[in-house]
Structure formats: structure tokens, C-alpha cells
Design a protein around this ligand. Structure first.
Ligand SMILES: *[C@@H]1O[C@H](CO)[C@@H](O)[C@H](O)[C@H]1NC(C)=O
Ligand SMILES: *[C@@H]1O[C@H](CO)[C@@H](O)[C@H](O)[C@H]1NC(C)=O
Ligand SMILES: *[C@@H]1O[C@H](CO)[C@@H](O)[C@H](O)[C@H]1NC(C)=O
Ligand SMILES: *[C@@H]1O[C@H](CO)[C@@H](O)[C@H](O)[C@H]1NC(C)=O
Ligand SMILES: *[C@@H]1O[C@H](CO)[C@@H](O)[C@H](O)[C@H]1NC(C)=O
Length: 569
């Protein structure tokens, strides 16, 4: 046995060594299990099976997603030379279902004076006569952020493999009051009342976060508008702005514009809903709170630089985002990869018109297998109930609907909590007793439950309503030292909670990522975790309740997920 085991480790050691050829001589790569020195992080168990990632190296923002002549395109920020940030270019993959992806040659490399220090984020726009173009931020030879254009070389190539940059780049330079190191990430273009094209570029303007508006007749010559599309003194630079019309649930539903921004200072994505005043060419938010803690959140967890596109094939808006590692830089060097993208989500407006809803695209359901279906499980105070029927709890999709026996014991809400739900989740953990909740799921749990990630709800009573706190607590997710293990959380506005007394939770589990959708997509939390149990043994799924009110699982469906073919070529 011992011989077999060490032979096995030796084999893994060499396969690792040869695979990336980058393991340095002085860097001892240990494999799991056992001693505290064990470097389990290089275990293949932490790579995802159905989330987007390249075979190796660093990735960050999704760029320029589009649907063009039957093919979905996704570009992304990529370091061809290692698993830390640097040397950034646009890598390129294509798909017909947004789940399985084929890797192509890079679309944009650092080849011209206007991008030789980096090809940073941007968008695609499909111009008249079906001509797609890319706008992206180049870091020029003076380290200024400039906006460039690129065109497909051969429009009859269905994969649009080759892209070319005209010599008239850059199109837009950081002049006047623009700070040349805070000026990036052009949006997809749209056409205004006057027939001219518009784009917005993320910036910092006199200390305010801003989306600067530009207009053009030909997509080449751009003139800055008098006013930004929107700006706010609540934060510094806005990255990766995204501006679009969201269509509401149901027939004849209201439509509203969405302005999404990624705040560099918090590294989280926010959004505002509002009107687009086409006369003045400005976005007018419904609620322009001068405190970003009161803005909408796309996701409460590890989720940044999201980017959406309109899928003209299925008439839906789809959103991608980057989720970075929560291990250390040296871990990333050891494992040879860093960063994944979240499962594409459809995004639309809630029928109340007050918030966005998000749900994993239906295509991900094609990976489901081995359905487990449970019903009517009562969870009394202190209950922990394992879903034993699920064979592989580390590669799964779980949908649970909880019914609350009553709301009588809901604790009163302190309005100050609304400003910092993340802290509230930290204090009101899964083991802090409550009135209604905490109840939810324990994910990627070790045999003895010492390791687990708790995703749970607690219900509070506000003046004439109930507020649902949704949390994802990573503090016990892994015994491995040196990891970033935060608690994430936010409040959900669950309609009709009083009448229905039901809250749903959908969770996509894929080795080192857990993506959770509460209240039918009213709140989303993405988390990155690295349980030791993943590589030393097996992991489990449990439901639990630590509130004094009994909670019933009306239904719980769970599936194992097949591996998707992602950039394997
Ligand atoms: C790749 O990384 C090495 C080591 O950091 C560096 O010397 C080299 O210039 C990089 N190559 C490119 C193409 O960026
Ligand atoms: C353009 O792409 C088509 C389809 O892949 C190919 O047949 C054709 O040879 C390409 N043309 C050029 C000039 O590369
Ligand atoms: C421009 O932005 C950089 C940060 O990227 C900051 O250090 C610098 O002070 C800014 N310059 C001005 C003139 O505001
Ligand atoms: C990435 O990971 C670190 C933890 O290592 C975290 O503090 C940071 O906010 C993360 N997010 C982004 C967008 O870099
Ligand atoms: C429930 O609360 C008890 C008492 O605080 C604690 O021991 C237990 O671990 C909690 N359950 C979960 C799932 O956190």
C-alpha cells in the first residue's frame, strides 16, 4: 500500500512537472494529503469542471461577448506568460451553447505603439451591414490609457479568428481633464436620436467616478459630449461600465436603463436603474444615493468586471464576470492558473421594476445528470440533514425551496445593518441562534463537518415588511492556511414573503467555486473555496436550520454535473 501510494505521488509530481514545465527546481510541490506542509493547492481537484477557464495562466475580465452568425464569442484578459497578472492580451474562445468552448488564437496582442504595454478591456459592437468591431483600451508606449479599434480580417470566417488594428489608432486619447491612468473599458456602442453612435468610457473625473460619453458618425472619429453619461462623487474611478435597456418580467412590463460600474476601491460591481434622457444624453438614476453602499449589487461575493451582451438568437441579456482566486499569489504560481469566469447568467428586471434578477442560463442544465429529488423534510432547531443521495457534492447543481413555519419570531431589523450586510453575516453566522433562520445549505463539507461553506438566510422584521439576509460564509471553508476566507452577504427584497413564507436557493458547486442564487435570483453570491477535503477525501451536501422556527424543505432537487468541454483543444 505504502509503495503504491508513494508511486502514485511520484507519478503526479512528474505529470505536473511536465505539464506546465514551469515548476521551479527550488519550489517543492507537495501533493495532498497530510502534513501541515502539504501543498494541496496544486491538486487538480481545485480546477473547475464546467466554469470557463483556459488550460493555464492568469485570466481576468470577460471582454466583448457577442453573438454573431450562429456563434457566441468570448474574449478575455489573459497573461500568456504566467499565472500572475501581466502582459495582458485578448484571448478568444467561441461556442454554440455558452457552456462548451473552443479556444482560438489570441485576438489582440501587444503589437502597436498604442497598445504595446497592454490590451485591456473593451467591447464589441455590431455595426451596419453586420460588421463587428472591437473597441478596447490600449496601454500605449507612454503608459497612457487610450481607446483603440480592431476589425475582423475575414468576415466569412465564422470564428473571426484574425483581427487587425488600423494605423489611425488610438481613436480617443486622455486629454484635458482626463487622467491618463484612469480612463478605460469602452462600452458597446448605441445609436442616439440624432443617428450618431455613442459609447461610454470608465474614468475618474475630478475625484468622481464617471462614465464619459463620446459620439461619432462613423465609429472612428469620436467627440466627447459636454456631460458624462453619469458621474458620482460617492466613489473614485469606475471600471468596466455597462449600459443597456433591461426588459421586465411579464407582458408589457416596464423597461429601464441599467448603468453598471465596477468600483476599483471595493473591487465589486454595482448598478443603478433609471431613465436615459435622450435630449440631454444623460442617464438619470431613480435613486442617486451619494453612498455606494446603497447602490444595487450584481453579486455580493467574489465577482468583478462583469460584462453583458444581448443575445439576439434567444432574445435575452447575458452577463459574464471574473471571479479571482482566494488563495495566495505563490499558490497561483504553484498551480499554474488563476481566475475563472462565472456561469453566464440571464439578467432582467423584476416586475416591480426595482431590481435586476439573474439566473444561470438554461444551457447549463444540459450538464445535469443523476437527479436527486427530495420532498417535505422538516428541519427543526439544530437540524443538520445530509443529502446522501447526491454522489458527487463537489460538481453539482442544487435547487431547494424552503417553507417557513411562521414569521412570528423574525427579529427586528436595525436599519443601520442595511449599510453593511457583510458584517452582519459575519456576526450572525450559521451557528448564531436566531428566530427565523439561519437556515440553508452546507456545501463542500468534510466528513466531520469541520470544513464547510454555509450559504444561508435569516429573516428580519422591518417596519411593515420582512427583509431576508442572504450570507455565504467561507470562514470554515478550508483548513488550509494562507487563504482569503471572507463572509459575503446582502439583503433580498423577497416579494410576498408574508403570504408565501417561501425562500428558494439555487447553488452551482464546481470544485473551488460556489455560485448561489437566493430568492429566485434576487441576490447572488459567488465564492471561491479550497477545502482540504476535496483533495484528501470526499465532500458532502447538508441542509441545516439553527433558527428557533421550524423550516421545511418543500423540494430539493440536486444533480451531478457533467464536465463541460472548455478550451481543451
Ligand atoms: C515572461 O515572463 C518572464 C519572466 O517574468 C519575462 O522575463 C518575459 O519577458 C515574459 N515574456 C513576455 C512575452 O511577456
Ligand atoms: C476567409 O475565411 C473563409 C472561411 O473560413 C476561408 O474559406 C477563406 O479562405 C478566408 N479568406 C482569406 C483571405 O483568408
Ligand atoms: C491620476 O490617477 C492616478 C492613479 O491612477 C493618481 O495617482 C494620480 O494622482 C491622478 N492624477 C491626477 C492629476 O489626478
Ligand atoms: C481577488 O482576491 C483577493 C484576495 O486574494 C481579494 O482581496 C480581491 O478583492 C479579489 N478581487 C479582485 C477583483 O481582485
Ligand atoms: C448550529 O448552532 C450550534 C450552536 O451554536 C453550532 O454548534 C452548530 O455548529 C450550528 N450549525 C451550523 C450548521 O453552523
Amino acid at each position: 500500500m505504502a509503495v503504491a501510494v508513494s508511486f502514485f505521488f511520484l507519478f503526479l509530481y512528474f505529470s505536473l512537472f511536465f505539464e506546465n514545465g514551469e515548476v521551479e527546481a527550488n519550489q517543492r510541490v507537495f501533493l495532498c494529503p497530510q502534513s501541515p506542509k502539504v501543498n494541496s493547492i496544486v491538486s487538480k481537484q481545485y480546477r473547475t469542471a464546467y466554469h470557463f477557464q483556459p488550460p493555464k495562466n492568469w485570466i481576468n475580465d470577460p471582454n466583448g461577448p457577442m453573438y454573431y452568425k450562429g456563434i457566441y464569442h468570448l474574449f478575455y484578459q489573459y497573461n500568456p506568460n504566467g499565472s500572475l497578472w501581466g502582459n495582458i492580451i485578448w484571448a478568444h474562445s467561441v461556442s454554440t451553447d455558452l457552456i462548451n468552448w473552443i479556444r482560438l488564437e489570441p485576438a489582440l496582442e501587444r503589437t502597436t505603439p498604442s497598445d504595446n504595454n497592454g490590451c485591456w478591456s473593451g467591447s464589441t459592437t455590431i455595426l451596419a451591414r453586420d460588421r463587428p468591431v472591437v473597441l478596447y483600451t490600449g496601454i500605449d508606449s507612454n503608459n497612457r490609457e487610450v481607446q483603440n479599434i480592431a476589425y475582423p480580417v475575414n468576415l466569412t470566417d465564422p470564428y473571426l479568428r484574425k483581427w487587425t488594428k488600423p494605423t489611425y489608432n488610438p481613436l480617443i486619447q486622455p486629454v484635458g481633464d482626463l487622467n491618463s491612468t484612469e480612463f478605460r473599458d469602452p462600452t458597446t456602442g448605441w445609436v442616439g436620436k440624432d443617428g450618431l453612435w455613442r459609447i461610454a468610457v470608465g474614468a475618474e473625473l475630478g475625484g468622481k467616478g464617471a462614465a464619459i460619453l463620446y459620439k461619432s458618425i462613423d465609429f472612428v472619429h469620436w467627440i466627447r459630449a459636454k456631460d458624462p453619461l453619469h458621474s458620482s462623487s460617492a466613489s473614485g474611478v469606475w471600471e468596466c461600465p455597462d449600459f443597456y435597456l433591461a426588459v421586465a418580467d411579464g407582458d408589457g412590463g416596464e423597461t429601464k436603463y441599467v448603468l453598471k460600474m465596477s468600483l476599483r476601491e471595493t473591487l465589486m460591481d454595482y448598478y443603478m436603474l433609471g431613465k436615459y434622457d435622450k435630449e440631454r444624453d444623460i442617464f438619470v438614476p431613480n435613486n442617486a444615493a451619494n453612498d455606494y453602499r446603497l447602490w444595487g449589487r450584481i453579486d455580493f461575493g467574489n465577482f468583478y468586471a462583469s460584462k453583458s451582451f444581448f443575445d439576439s438568437q434567444k432574445h435575452r441579456r447575458i452577463l459574464f464576470a471574473w471571479s479571482n482566486e482566494s488563495d495566495s499569489a505563490s499558490d497561483d504560481v504553484a498551480k499554474g492558473w488563476a481566475g475563472i469566469h462565472t456561469i453566464p447568467r440571464t439578467v432582467w428586471l423584476d416586475s416591480s421594476g426595482k431590481q435586476l434578477l439573474q439566473w444561470p442560463i438554461e444551457e447549463v442544465e444540459s450538464l445535469r445528470t443523476d437527479e436527486v429529488h427530495l420532498q417535505d423534510i422538516e428541519l427543526n432547531t439544530g437540524a443538520v440533514s445530509e443529502v446522501r443521495e447526491l454522489k458527487k457534492a463537489s460538481q453539482a447543481d442544487v435547487e431547494a425551496e424552503f417553507e417557513l413555519h411562521s414569521l412570528e419570531r423574525a427579529e427586528p431589523l436595525d436599519p443601520n445593518w442595511l449599510l453593511d450586510p457583510q458584517k452582519l453575516c459575519e456576526e450572525q453566522s450559521a451557528s448564531a441562534p436566531g428566530g427565523v433562520g439561519p437556515f440553508g445549505l452546507l456545501l463542500l463539507a468534510s466528513d466531520d463537518l469541520v470544513e464547510h461553506t454555509a450559504v444561508y438566510f435569516r429573516v428580519y422584521r422591518s417596519q411593515n415588511n420582512y427583509m431576508v439576509l442572504m450570507c455565504s460564509d467561507q470562514r470554515r471553508s478550508s483548513l488550509r492556511p494562507g487563504l482569503y476566507k471572507p463572509t459575503y452577504g446582502g439583503f433580498l427584497d423577497v416579494v410576498d414573503l408574508q403570504k408565501e413564507r417561501r425562500i428558494s436557493l439555487r447553488t452551482l458547486i464546481d470544485h473551488s467555486v460556489i455560485e448561489s442564487f437566493g430568492g429566485g435570483g434576487r441576490g447572488c453570491i459567488t465564492a471561491r473555496v479550497y477545502p482540504e477535503a476535496l483533495c484528501t477525501g470526499s465532500t458532502h451536501l447538508h441542509a441545516f436550520n439553527n433558527g428557533s422556527t421550524t423550516v421545511k424543505i418543500l423540494t430539493l432537487k440536486a444533480w451531478n454535473m457533467r464536465k463541460a468541454k472548455i478550451n481543451e483543444n
